[in-house]
Design a protein around this ligand. Sequence first.
Ligand SMILES: Cc1ncc(COP(=O)(O)O)c(C=O)c1O
Length: 472
Amino acid sequence: MKTLGLNLDPTLALPIYRQLYERFREAIARGTLRPGERVPPVRGLASELGVARGTVELAYQLLTSEGYLQARGPAGTVVSPQLAERAATPAQRPASVAEQVHPGLIAHGPQIRPFQLGLPALDAFPRALWARLAARRLRQLSPAGLAYPDPCGHAPLRQAIAGYLGVSRGITCDPAQVFICASYQGALDMISRTLLRLGDKVWHEDPGYPRSRELMRAAGAKLVPLPVDADGLRVMDGLERAADARFAAVTPSQQSPTGVALSLPRRLALLDWAADAGSWIIEDDYDSEYRYSGFPLPALKSLDRQGRVLYTGTFSKVLFPSLRLGYLVVPESQVDGFVRSFQTFSSGCSELLQATLCDFFVEGHFARHLKRTRSLYAARRQLLRSALEEQLGDRLKFADLPGGLHLIGRVDGDDRAIAQRAHANGLGLQALNAWCVEARHEPALMLSFTNVVDEEMATRLAERVAKVMERP
Ligand SMILES: Cc1ncc(COP(=O)(O)O)c(C=O)c1O
């Protein structure tokens, strides 16, 4: 029976049967398992993998019900022969839309790989507490709570966020300026619908978050990639190349992905430019909560005297991404326009989830969870770094970043090629140069540490990285 390289990982939040299901689906899609081919018997596979028979049975049932497998009684289970007409050889297989848009960069859907960027610790979220709060909300739901939600957001949550931003990020705003949206992605979408005109130029960071630039490109923007150095976005390059841009999309607190902060002189230059040009700054403050040394920097928005900054925050990093909740703070002058946009284009976010989140906030759980995860991440970061240093010595030279959710290690050679090999081996690490458009960086790998739960796991993963890097 052929080796499928199943690579199951019991420490992940995704149940084992689901991981098995995904691996088989991938193997079928890639052509590693061909139509008509027999798959391993349940008992044999279960004992090979050291899992219960029921786990394998469950995965097979799911695959059968979706038409990937066919049970043939005593003759065993095979990959559905009907897939033959549709099967493509690996070379012919067209890239999925997601792959075409973000080649191998951003995970879509529930598949989770070790080192995958952008995920919080999925084991650390207080599920029982959340379930209790959600159940209480569900029980208390009034008839009005069953009607349509306010597209601008649950009013008490808007208020709680305005209060939080005042204390934590130095942002003074009225709750009416705070809009609840489907995370950062949703906020950017609403900004584009409200303020972006076809062909508007947008400064964006290079390297930078691929989803952000793709969304703006798809909305009709003309992108102007600007390099990033140790002081963050090179604002002076923007002034030279496209002073007439209408937007600048930036991650000033911890530049994504390099982790550097935008220096104060550059912050002021950016704000001056926006005020003079009548342009907009989109501040993506996606993970500034996580800083392990020094103090969190105030948001750029806190310096915005002219009302040019559209500030966005997300709960994807502190809580969990499938929650799909975030917020957008707009200047006072823009509130009416955004209310019209939300009423027109947004169907609102789940009232139940917003109300649960609001309780989580006002009852102090958010602050406690943040405190807990800050020290958890500081520890996991060190754990992974030590394990990698032990395995790889100076073949990975780490940048000393003050915060964030991933490590960046410089490598010799082609970081993209290493990352590609890592992906083929089931690892989700990324190449810094894969996040670049025009800029070229010293080759480096980016590895998230948030889901590295203990020393044993760190060592095991570091060994896998070392193996991937050994190959020429
Ligand atoms: C730079 C940046 N901004 C925003 C986000 C959050 O996106 P969302 O709130 O849509 O989950 C991420 C997530 O990885 C990110 O890396």
